[in-house]
Design a protein around this ligand. Structure first.
Ligand code: NDP
Length: 284
């Protein structure tokens, strides 16, 4: 691979076309996949994300059901709504926008979502299934990072993949997915002593840190594949965890920010809603 820019927007467009085709197939059986999004309070960024999900759902024919609750909603009221959505056969996917107001536990709410409707893939049951190699709804961003690399025929088997970041929602699951593809996986995090040394031995780097331009060209082995999951708001606009200019001149393939993993995340969410609807359909 040589100087390839992995174009997440183009790959996402194609992924959404194939999702729309699956929605049409389900439609022939009288099923319209549906996503319920719950927003507590009026955090402006969360409102924007919910709006993007609505637009994307509608673009592929998924029905979008929005529940906006006041910021003072109690945890038990929110749990009641989650239970109601769990029981509703017309709802295939449930997504509660995070972070929730401080008086509500993100973890308790996430764990209350029916794993078969947990289209965010971050419910402990789904993370456990991923780790056990069982079918599951997988977290969207790691799935998007893998989908992007797959679309560019990145080889995983026997390669050394280094994941920088070990969060439950990005770092850990993407490492499990790389392992499943027979890569040799190393996790790095804030306590890693020799980050540059480890990175320089990587054939594949996935950066999920949340520190603007932290990974620079001299930390990368020539020809490596570099996937930048980071989204950091700076004075220069949105930048990744990778210093794009210095890394692009060394890497064999790189994903830009914006326009890399981000567009795939939403496509994978739509895919999870459709998977959930297909499973329900095959069970009934
Ligand atoms: P977290 O803050 O949960 O995790 C960050 C990880 O980076 C932690 O494991 C932390 O280590 C590690 N870390 C922090 N500083 C360093 C350092 N100096 N050296 C090495 N590792 C370090 O973030 P998320 O996983 O939720 O998100 C990561 C990034 O991905 C963010 O920029 C976020 O905005 C972005 N993101 C993008 C998405 C997309 O759609 N493209 C979706 C979700 C997130 P430790 O565990 O030791 O603290």
């Amino acid at each position: 691979m040589n100087n390839i820019v992995m174009d997440g927007r183009a790959v996402s467009k194609k992924a959404k076309e194939s999702i729309a085709a699956k929605v049409l197939e389900l439609g022939k059986k009288g099923i319209v996949p549906s996503l319920a999004v719950v927003l507590v309070g009026d955090d402006p960024a969360s409102k924007v994300y919910a709006g993007q999900k609505k637009k994307n759902c509608e673009s592929v024919g998924i029905s979008f059901d929005f529940h906006q609750l006041p910021g003072e909603t109690s945890e038990s009221e929110l749990l009641d709504l989650v239970e109601e959505l769990n029981r509703d056969d017309g709802v295939n996917g449930i997504l509660v926008e995070m972070p929730l107001p401080g008086h509500i536990s993100n973890e308790r709410i996430q764990a209350a979502i029916d794993p078969d409707k947990d289209v965010d893939g971050s419910n402990p049951a789904n993370l456990g299934r991923l780790m056990s190699g069982l079918p599951s709804l997988r977290p969207c961003t790691p799935q998007g990072a893998m989908y992007l690399m797959d679309s560019y025929d990145v080889e995983f088997e026997g390669k050394h993949a280094v994941v920088v970041g070990r969060s439950n929602i990005v770092g850990k699951p993407v490492g499990m997915m790389l392992l499943e593809k027979n890569a040799t996986v190393t996790y790095c995090h804030s306590r890693t002593a020799n980050l540059t040394e480890v990175l320089r031995s990587a054939d594949i780097v996935v950066a999920a840190v949340g520190r603007p331009k932290m990974i620079t060209g001299e930390m990368i082995k020539p020809g490596a594949v570099v996937v930048d999951v980071g989204i950091n708001s700076t004075e220069d606009g949105i930048v990744g965890d990778v210093d794009y200019d210095s890394v692009a001149s060394v890497a064999g393939a790189i994903s830009p920010v914006p326009g890399g993993v981000g567009p795939l995340t939403i496509a994978m969410l739509l895919g999870n809603v459709v998977t959930s609807a297909e499973r329900r359909c095959s069970e009934s």
